[in-house]
Design a protein around this ligand. Sequence first.
Ligand code: C2E
Ligand code: MG
Ligand code: MG
Ligand code: MG
Length: 291
Amino acid sequence: YDAKVNHTGHARYDPDRDDNSRERLQLIAELRDVLRHDPDQLVVYYQPKCSLSGRVVGAEALVRWQHPTRGLIGPDRFVQTAENNSLMPALTGHVLRTALVQVRQWRLSDPLATVSVNLSVTSLLDEGLVDHMTSALTDAGVAADALILEITETMIMVDPERSNRTLHALSALGIKLSIDDYGTGQCSLAYLRDLPVQELKLDRSFVQHIVTKQRDAAIVRSTIELAHSLGLVLVAEGVEDLGSAELLRAMGCDVAQGYYFGRPQPGTPTLAEAVDAAAIDGLSRHQMVKS
Ligand code: C2E
Ligand code: MG
Ligand code: MG
Ligand code: MG
């Protein structure tokens, strides 16, 4: 097999479907090498999270691989590979340290800024996770409440008891916890009730068509209600237009994230710069007209 690359920079043949392909093995070897010797090739992008009253409250750290010859590679093409090849502790550690330095800078101008970091299942099951978090926060000189860790229901269900213990320990440190892609997994409400999480991120598949699909709107509305009655913040993922943002605001949704407010982009000196100012403007203008 000859790994020809097309004009988009993506290999024509999808190596993700073949764990033993030459290209896949090369990617693993390169990733291992990069994590050891040149981790800054793994660039952290940030996507803003905005309250629907028009304030940016934080941002999610999303990793990309700035590959010297293949261009910018998205996480969907290498995060699972890292997970399958024991590279996740190093990758998570790199993203975490980078994100903490970023949030420390944001907090100079915005004392309540937070950064969200995605965990993987191996991180969640890692015996040393709580100690790693403690030392990463200490090294960065950042308060624990600046950090939100995102985990999915699927990750939790791999070992619910262990996850529960770990999440309680992280929470005791003052780190906030968030359930990512909420609604796509298989966590029972009884289980969720007993977890020390502060935030639900409703998966974008439920959010994307709320303006046109009544059944999606009904799911979003009742999830907001559920989150609030459990004392949780509800974050809507995948908000792509003003209409959706307005409807979410009318439904009482707390926070939104999506292309409307800003695409993931490299770090910025201030958190405000991570947001599309026109988006906030559109939202507040509309609010004024209505009230
Ligand atoms: P996620 O944590 O659910 O992150 C949200 C994904 O949705 C991001 O894709 C983001 O770019 C995309 N997105 C945000 N707003 C919109 C929107 O309005 N419309 C649409 N269509 N998409 C939107 P991305 O950056 O490609 O990341 C994909 C996944 O890779 C993430 O999903 C997360 O599960 C994983 N990932 C990214 N960085 C890391 C990391 O550092 N560690 C781990 N363990 N996983 C990561
Ligand atoms: Mg996430
Ligand atoms: Mg998500
Ligand atoms: Mg998602």
